[in-house]
Design a protein around this ligand. Structure first.
Ligand SMILES: NC(=O)c1ccc[n+]([C@@H]2O[C@H](COP(=O)([O-])OP(=O)(O)OC[C@H]3O[C@@H](n4cnc5c(N)ncnc54)[C@H](OP(=O)(O)O)[C@@H]3O)[C@@H](O)[C@H]2O)c1
Length: 301
């Protein structure tokens, strides 16, 4: 395994819920500190509301437990990359991060796809110790740039893997990128462990799924989950992500220590799901990708 992913924890604590001001701050701090106690890696971004502020408070209370961080960086130009790194590290008071999650758009995405100058800057940023490694974010509408970069061989030796929604209801690498990632054995970080919440709530509670398509997918996946006989949706999802040998970790968020305990329990001795279940969901995901995902407006799903 490449250096940036060395020591990665199979469950990574996502921090969107830490950023939500509607949740009492002491509750969010408690969840953050409980996750720090467990030594799991964290995933964050300055775009997640108050998340960095809550993390800064938790880190300063117990600096020896500061976790390895995956942080979203980008976006559209090479110059912006350093600014965004600073925007995240400065509030946390940290000299560097474990993994920079490259969120690439505009001219920076095009440069990445054609093997341009950005790779020199990626290397510099790494040599300076601002990041220990990189993963590239993929969405259906950005998958093609990674297909081009991988086929060109440009990512070798500098990009440690790819990060995208991969859970029972979403596989946000296009089918073409998914096939290239599998063929080239690229490490994967799977986002949104439980697809946003329990599958029955996503299916049955009006407004629980933030988009209609997720409610429809929950209708298709709930019977597969029920048939598996697994009681906990969190366990089912943890096992789903880790049924793919290239998956190194799955990233899920919570503001509640009980739900954190469920993630941690599920991550203790992960057994892949039975093959027939994985392939049944895989067939759905391949269809959803072609019929829905790759036609979607950017950022609409
Ligand atoms: N492009 C990107 O980089 C990107 C995009 C999306 C997400 N992410 C990362 O991935 C992380 C996870 O994504 P996510 O929050 O969208 O999806 P998620 O982890 O699948 O779902 C989180 C939601 O599920 C609830 N939940 C968690 N465990 C539960 C349980 N046992 N029972 C009932 N509800 C439970 C949480 O609420 P409670 O707080 O009430 O537990 C929260 O509302 C984010 O925090 C972020 O770090 C990255």
């Amino acid at each position: 395994m490449t250096s940036g992913l060395q020591g990665i924890t199979p469950y990574i604590f996502g921090t969107t819920r830490l950023g939500d001001p509607k949740i009492p701050r002491p509750e969010r701090l408690k969840a953050a500190r409980a996750a720090m106690d467990e030594g799991v890696w964290f995933h964050t971004s300055h775009t997640y509301g108050e998340a960095l502020d809550v993390l800064a408070e938790a880190f300063s209370a117990e600096p020896v437990k500061i976790p390895k961080l995956i942080i979203k960086i980008g976006w559209e130009t090479i110059g912006q990359l350093r600014q965004v790194i600073e925007q995240n590290l400065e509030p946390l008071g940290l000299p560097g991060m474990q993994l920079g999650q490259l969120c690439l758009g505009g001219e920076l995405a095009e440069d990445y796809a054609r093997g341009g100058d950005c790779y020199r800057v990626f290397r510099q940023v790494k040599e300076e110790g601002l990041v220990n490694g990189f993963v590239v974010e993929a969405f259906p509408w950005t998958s093609n740039q990674s297909v081009r970069a991988l086929r060109g061989g440009y990512t070798e030796g500098i990009i440690d893997g790819f990060i995208f929604y991969l859970n029972p209801l979403q596989r946000f690498a296009s089918n073409e990128l998914w096939d290239v990632i599998i063929a080239r054995e690229q490490p994967i970080l799977a986002l949104r462990t439980v697809s946003g919440g329990p599958v029955h709530s996503l299916r049955d509670v009006p407004g629980f799924a933030w988009k209609d398509y997720l409610q429809k997918r929950a209708v298709e996946v709930a019977p597969i989950f029920e048939r598996s006989g697994i009681k906990s949706w969190t366990e089912f999802c943890m096992r789903f992500a880790h049924s793919f040998p290239l998956v190194q970790a799955t990233i899920g968020s919570t503001s509640k220590t009980d739900n954190l305990d469920e993630f941690l329990e599920a991550a203790k001795a992960i057994v892949p799901l039975p093959e027939d279940i994985v392939s049944e969901i895989g067939i759905l995901q391949s269809r959803w990708s072609d019929e829905v995902d790759i036609h979607a407006e950017k950022w609409s799903m």
